[in-house]
Design a protein. Structure first.
Length: 85
């Protein structure tokens, strides 16, 4: 049997909550990586130049944005799928 409109709306809300949880985890990983990068920029890490740290920082930011965009697309697609069923 088909799920009621109310239960589908509740599933979409739960998907949104889970998505936000996932985004927070990605941001936490990014924050940890950027802490290391910032230490490198300050010259506190031996064997890593400031230029390398800056470059890696940009790569971390780009990767984070890419992951969050992909994540957003997947969640929106699933939410539409739940509501269309």
């Amino acid at each position: 049997p088909r799920a009621s409109d109310e239960s589908r709306r509740e599933m979409v809300k739960e998907l949104g909550r889970q998505a936000e949880n996932g985004k927070q985890r990605v941001r936490k990983i990014r924050r940890g990586a950027m802490d290391v990068v910032n230490k490198g920029k300050q010259g506190k890490l031996e064997g890593i130049s400031k230029d390398d740290a800056f470059r890696v920082g940009k790569e971390v930011e780009a990767a984070t944005e890419e992951v969050l965009l992909a994540f957003k697309g997947i969640v929106e697609k699933k939410q539409r799928s739940v509501m269309d069923d």
